[in-house]
Write a protein of this length. Structure first.
Lengths: 391, 244
């Protein structure tokens, strides 16, 4: 086997430019696969981290009628918070959120929006709710960058909001935008205005009520409570998981095409080698090598492209990966308007598993592709081969 | 002299006795405005901040509960139909050949970009049922002597807790109405004009709706023709007729 490896290496290096061309193409496949999956993993990691920090906490309780995909349920999806949550709420481990529909009139335009009430002192999620305690002549509210952009509002602006209370009666009030926060989770930003939960309770005439409860890290209650359904992180992040899965599958097709192209090059090189090196094959057999040894020599030669590609890929890939980890990959403008948690810049995460799997996958495929044309050697007549006759 | 003093003393009471109560005013308004059924051809002129659009429609209505509207112009809206049955509303769009029910937050959306929302259309209840009416003064509006009647909601379940209407003292027709939020903020204003006598009743043929929180000059609603108390076949008020 060592002889095969040594011979294979010499033959490969001896083939010169043809070898290096194949090696470069293969190394490019490695680098591209690892980088792209690294970006997807980085997105997944960042998105989930951001979602936990800004939106879902450590799980949530939803009032049983609440369905975030059906605004029609909002009118019925608030209730008095059960007493069993009181310790968690006073201890700062649970943040109740009350939700209502409304309209905002920035600069005389009407825009539907969701009003969300939260305790200004909460520490469960990263929303800068302390800003809601600001001294203001009007009711203080905060909103995300996307909402502020779509309403053309900035900090300090006063605008009118209109809503209906639990009885369906219209009410309207002036509010002041006391803070505009920047976060990568559209679910706490787009089409929403945040205000103090006590203000919203008073506006809705719903004292002591909430629509959902966000659990903090130390919250221990994890089972359904009458009227309230527990939603774990898997459930709350399932949409994100689905998207990542789709992205991975989509990326997989691209890599399949790239790998097929690279393998075509390897296959072609192998066929050409066997055709042009018949005398050499005959000599090997005449000198005592078995046919299988010659087949394995040519297979190792082909497979060695993948190993050399790892080295070449590492030469330019590692600095590239490190640079990307540092500066990140800027997502195209407007990507975060799709409703998913996407940071403006994604920092790829390269797991050792990802690298090993990619290397192994390409190595195995290359070996198989190298072996296929080499099988022809086993049917060769050595005498004819030495003569260089085409078989 | 004694008798004269007595007359002087009783004159204000006599005048007050001539002043109708809020309830009486609302009842007189209903006599003019309420109808069993009507077929209306109308124009809605929407004055937006950038442009003005005119939408023509024909409406078949039975009381406040049932209404079927077919939009006739412009070409973009032609064929769009709307069916209101009590507190439910459906819209048929010929472009997509689909009927959708408008409910929840969609009811808060503007009707064809006008100053009216779908839920304004859904306001079925008669004012006399929902409000305590008090005459709070009188004022000349558009050269007509008017009572100013303040309406306070009887229950918490009414859309607008406070309303103010300016009622023509002679014709008993509202010439202006203001709708307020619970906080007292003025939300909407309506002005009714071109009061015409039709079938022994006074009826406004032009109304201007203005969402006071929105920019723009409001929406004009002009009645081109109206027939009261006509027989309208029941099948018109069915979802099937939306697609016809």
């Amino acid at each position: 086997m060592m002889l095969s490896i040594k011979l294979a290496y010499r033959n490969l290096v001896g083939a010169g430019l043809r070898t290096w061309l194949n090696v470069f193409v293969l190394s490019f496949v490695y680098v591209l696969i690892i980088w792209h999956y690294g970006v997807i993993d980085g997105w997944n990691y960042q998105a989930k981290k951001d979602m936990r920090e800004w939106e879902v906490g450590n799980g949530q309780y939803w009032q049983q009628n609440y369905d975030p995909y059906d605004y029609f349920t909002l009118e019925e999806s608030h209730a008095i918070i059960p007493e069993s949550f009181n310790i968690g709420i006073t201890g700062g481990n649970i943040a109740p959120v009350l939700i209502n529909q409304g309209s905002v009139y920035p600069d005389g335009r009407i825009k539907s929006m969701i009003l969300k009430g939260i305790d200004p002192d909460q520490k469960v999620i990263a929303l800068p709710t302390a800003a809601l305690k600001a001294e203001s002549e009007e009711m203080p509210v905060i909103m995300g960058r996307r909402m502020a952009k779509s309403c053309k509002l900035k900090e300090g602006d006063v605008t009118t909001i209109r809503w209906r209370d639990v009885n369906g009666t219209f009410d309207a009030k002036e509010v002041e935008v006391v803070d505009i926060f920047d976060c990568d989770v559209p679910n706490v930003d787009a089409g929403q205005i945040w205000l103090s939960i006590e203000d919203l309770r008073e506006m809705m005439q719903a004292p002591g009520e909430a629509t959902l409860l966000i659990l903090g890290e130390e919250s221990e209650i994890k089972e359904d409570i009458p009227g309230w359904e527990y939603k774990d992180l898997d459930f709350l992040m399932s949409e994100m998981d689905e998207m990542i899965k789709i992205k991975r599958i989509g990326g997989g097709f691209l890599y399949l095409v790239l790998i097929i192209l690279a393998m075509l090059a390897i296959f072609d090189t192998q066929v050409l080698s066997i055709f042009r090196r018949q005398k050499e094959i005959g000599t090997y057999i005449a000198m005592g090598m078995t046919r299988n040894q010659v087949v394995s020599l040519f297979t190792v030669e082909g497979a060695m492209h993948a190993i050399l590609a790892v080295i070449v890929g590492a030469v330019y890939g590692i600095p590239f990966f490190l640079w990307q980890m540092k500066v990140g990959f800027s997502m195209p403008a407007g990507t975060d308007d799709m409703g998913l948690a996407i940071a403006e810049t994604i920092f790829p995460v390269y797991g050792i598993g990802l690298i090993l799997v990619t290397v192994l996958l390409v190595l195995i495929i290359t070996t198989i592709v190298s072996y296929m044309p080499a099988r022809k050697i086993s049917k060769m007549n050595p005498t004819e081969a030495i003569k260089g006759k085409i078989q | 002299m004694k008798r004269f003093a007595l007359i002087i003393f009783f004159i204000p009471a006599f005048i007050r006795a001539q002043e109708p109560t809020g309830k009486e005013i609302l009842e007189r308004i209903d006599k003019n405005m309420a109808y069993k059924s009507a077929i209306t051809t109308s124009k809605m002129v929407i004055h937006g901040s950038r442009q003005t659009r005119t939408i023509e429609a024909k409406t078949w209505g039975i009381g406040d509960e049932k209404a079927f509207t077919e939009y006739l112009a412009p070409a973009r809206e032609k064929g769009t139909k709307m069916l209101k049955l009590e507190d439910q509303l459906w819209i048929y769009s010929p472009g997509s050949d689909r009927t959708i029910q408008i409910s929840g937050h969609m009811l808060r959306q503007s009707l064809m970009g006008s100053d009216l929302s779908y839920e304004d259309m859904m306001d079925n209840n008669e004012m006399i049922e929902d409000y305590h009416a008090t005459v709070i003064g009188s004022e000349v509006f558009e050269e007509r002597d008017c009572w100013i009647v303040e309406l306070q909601a009887k229950t918490a379940e009414v859309n607008y807790q406070i309303r103010k209407i300016w009622v023509d003292k002679i014709r008993y027709i509202p010439l202006k109405e203001e709708l307020f939020a619970k906080s007292g903020k003025l939300l909407k204003r309506m002005e009714l004009s071109n009061i015409t006598k039709i079938d022994n009743r006074w009826f406004p043929k032009k109304m201007i709706f203005k969402d006071m929180l929105k920019r723009g000059d409001g929406t004009e609603f002009i009645i081109e023709s109206i027939q009261f108390n006509v027989n309208i076949p029941e099948y018109i008020f069915s979802k099937a007729s939306l697609k016809k």
